[in-house]
Design a binder for this molecule. Structure first.
Ligand SMILES: [Zn+2]
Ligand SMILES: [Zn+2]
Ligand SMILES: [Zn+2]
Ligand SMILES: [Zn+2]
Length: 312
């Protein structure tokens, strides 16, 4: 049996979790609950499906708040070489991942991993007022330190946590919901299936549409998601929908084909010919574009030449 990898920050064993990737691939993440860090082997994090994200978010929620700050210098989980900070250009500026120069993978904090995927938004004074109304102590999504005030004078600058210097962030509910609604490489559509993802407004209790609402139409209360545990009810609704989503090939015939039942043009042969035609025409367009006609003329000339050689 392979020994568990150890966190190179706190030296505790990392918890290996297996998540679902696109098209049912297996994606392995190593989580340190102590440091709120996730290790992904090269490119693994981009392969997570919606269901994979649900699994990862559940793991993050189940993990108690980090007790210590993470040093800026960390070693690779696999080769113990020094990791290099790689700053990805996002609107949060500092969504840095620590990457192994030998391509083994990367370490990322929980909050910055979410920020990199655009699943968070910056905290504004309006959000602080809302949290105050909700009797919730605002905290840094990255390190959990309490936030007392957001400087408003620094126009154009993102307010940062005074403890860990990470931009103050909140989860972006519609973006997060939309990112989760992906399975087997398809974006799931909820309309017309009686499937509504609803979260209760914290102002008046009215159900809000998690895929798009950022404030309540009834009472004007803003949707503010200061911590991951607030996502739990959404995960409970979304998980069975994701699990029920079948791959494209496994889906029953669509309405269009049902309507065509009994029609001679709906026979298997006709469909095959239609498909062959589609494949041929799209291929020739892709390969030759407007020169397709020229290619056909050349082919015809070559055929005439061959016939001439045979029968002269
Ligand atoms: Zn650790
Ligand atoms: Zn390495
Ligand atoms: Zn912080
Ligand atoms: Zn409301």
């Amino acid at each position: 049996m392979q020994l568990a990898n150890h966190c190179t920050s706190c030296q505790q064993p990392l918890k290996e979790i297996v998540l679902e990737g696109h098209y049912g691939q297996r994606v392995v993440a190593d989580v340190c609950g102590n440091c709120h860090l996730v290790w992904f082997d090269a490119f693994e994090s981009v392969r997570l499906s919606g269901l994979g994200w649900v699994g990862l978010l559940r793991e993050m929620i189940a993990t108690p708040r980090a007790a210590q700050t993470v040093p800026r210098q960390l070693q690779c989980v696999r080769c113990h070489g020094s990791l290099k900070a790689v700053r990805n250009l996002t609107r949060f500026g500092r969504t840095a991942a620590l990457e192994c120069g030998r391509g083994h993978g990367h370490y990322q904090g929980f909050a910055l991993l979410l920020a990199e995927r655009g699943l968070v938004r910056t905290m504004a004074t309006r959000d602080l007022a809302t949290l105050h109304k909700e009797n919730t102590q605002p905290s840094c999504l990255n390190c959990g330190a309490p936030v007392d005030s957001v400087p408003t004078a620094l126009s154009g600058q993102t307010p940062v946590c005074s403890h860990c210097e990470t931009p103050l962030m909140l989860l972006d509910l519609p973006r997060l919901t939309q990112a989760l609604l992906v399975r087997h490489g398809d974006v799931l559509q909820l309309e017309g299936q009686g499937q509504q993802l609803a979260v209760a407004c914290r102002g008046c209790g009215q159900p809000l549409d998690a895929t798009q609402d950022t404030r309540c139409d009834t009472c004007g209360h803003v949707v503010v998601m200061p911590s991951l545990d607030r996502v739990q009810p959404l995960l409970n609704q979304i998980e069975p929908i994701l699990k029920g989503a079948l791959p494209r090939q496994a889906r029953p015939w669509g309405h269009k084909l049902q309507r065509m039942r009994g029609d001679a043009s709906a026979t298997q042969w006709h469909r095959f010919m239609g498909h062959a035609h589609d494949v041929f025409s799209s291929d020739s367009q892709r390969l030759y574009g407007k020169t397709a006609t020229v290619v056909h003329v050349i082919a015809a000339l070559a055929l005439v030449f061959v016939l001439y050689l045979l029968f002269r």
